[in-house]
Design a protein around this ligand. Structure first.
Ligand code: TTP
Ligand code: CA
Length: 370
């Protein structure tokens, strides 16, 4: 299987760039998009600003009154938010992005992940061409610049898109992961907010390199199991989160009619196995795996019964899913002495894009960090 290749796209100073395009005369001036609270003409905060305004330290979250002071000597343009404009530009750009990935996941009004593992055949040069093509297309069609990160997973792709901005394209190949992460501040890690950052700083952990020296046990004691494990993996650039195409089907099924009504396990089992085989072929073709398996029993009186089981981890292999379906069938027949089946079916749910699974436990036996 080709190695995973993920692209993260983040549109530059998005609301302000939309405003520049809507009104070209403001180009080159500091542009500040404001959320006015309405109390006074200056109360409220900055939603975003263009890079001219950022030179004066005016950015998202700055009070409008402060921004006005900082920009007093300039011909800065202060504008109210025009969300319908940003939504329509975003919608068109997301459609462009959707066409460039095998899988697509929008994670904000101006950002999305693309899984290009298949289309790039795991080649970084090809992924880079896809990235350049995305930049050109968005610029040509919408006059919007973006920053792109290309890496083996979502975490690194997001860090990479943030690395060179605006209008950047940063590639992190597997052998560059450690040097890419080392000098970066811990607050660069997605999800590390003020509280986590303060706690880490108190332990003299400022950079991702510092973070990687903490043991998983220490991190779990500080932040609990979930966050501790996440930080431990993040410090190593590890992440197996799939790019979740929101338009993907979440379930698929196959149903077949038995030659005659029966409750004989040995008669029903081969029919169920054949349906499972066909279903698994389909999910494998789609590059998906599943989290739960169900059997569907349509009885001679046409009532429908289902039995489901959640798998220990996502799976797409015939053996795991077939065994699970057979066991559900056996249990169903044993627990329903009256049931005579007319049709039988199998369903897989919790479908997501296949990705290598990290065995988290393996990290806990690591003695030397990295
Ligand atoms: P960001 O991607 O965080 O910022 P940006 O696109 O303006 O700038 P950058 O070039 O650094 O990517 O957020 C996307 C949009 O979300 C932004 O244009 C405005 C909006 N936003 C807010 O309304 N409030 C906020 O605090 C932030 C951070 C963003
Ligand atoms: Ca952005």
């Amino acid at each position: 299987m080709a190695q995973r290749l993920i692209i993260h796209v983040d549109l530059d100073y998005f609301y302000a760039q939309c405003e520049e395009n809507a009104n070209p005369s403001i180009h080159g001036k500091p542009v500040i998009v404001c959320v006015y609270s309405g109390r006074t003409s200056e109360s409220g905060v900055v939603s975003t600003s263009n890079y001219e305004a950022r030179k004066y330290s005016v950015k998202a979250g700055t009070a409008i009154a402060t921004a006005k002071k900082l920009l007093v000597s300039t011909d800065a343009i202060f504008l109210p938010m025009n969300r319908p404009l940003y939504d329509s530009v975003s919608g068109r750009i997301m459609n462009i992005l959707r066409d460039h990935g095998d899988f697509f996941e929008q994670t904000g009004i101006d950002e999305a992940y693309l899984d290009v593992s298949e289309s790039s055949k795991g080649e970084y040069d090809v992924a880079k061409m896809i990235g350049s093509n995305i930049k050109e297309t968005i610029l040509l069609q919408e006059h919007i610049t973006c920053s792109i990160g290309i890496a083996p997973n979502k975490l690194l792709a997001k860090l990479a898109s943030n690395h060179v901005k605006p209008n950047g394209l940063t590639v992190v190949e597997p052998e560059q992961i450690h040097s890419f992460l080392d000098g970066q501040e811990v607050n660069r890690i997605p999800g590390v907010g003020k509280k986590v950052e303060e706690k880490l700083h108190a332990s003299n952990v400022k950079t991702i390199d510092d973070l990687s020296r903490l043991s998983p046990i220490a991190l779990q004691e500080m932040f609990g199991k979930k966050v501790g494990t996440y930080l431990f993996l993040a410090a190593r650039g590890e992440d197996n989160e799939p790019v979740q195409d929101k338009e993907l089907p979440t379930q698929m099924s196959r149903i077949g009619t038995l030659k005659e009504n029966t409750r004989d396990y040995n008669v029903i089992r081969p029919v169920l196995s054949e349906l499972t085989r066909s279903l698994i072929e389909k999910i494998q073709d789609e590059g998906l795996n599943c989290k739960s398996v169900s059997i569907i029993a349509i009885l001679s009186n046409l009532t429908i019964q289902t039995r489901s089981r959640t798998l220990e981890s996502h799976a797409k292999d015939l053996r795991t899913i077939d065994e699970c379906a057979q066991q559900l069938l056996r249990e169903f027949i044993e627990s329903s002495p009256e049931a005579v089946l007319r049709r039988v079916g199998v369903k897989v749910t919790g479908l997501s894009k296949s990705s290598g699974q990290t065995n988290i436990e393996s990290f806990f036996s690591t003695k030397v960090p990295r």
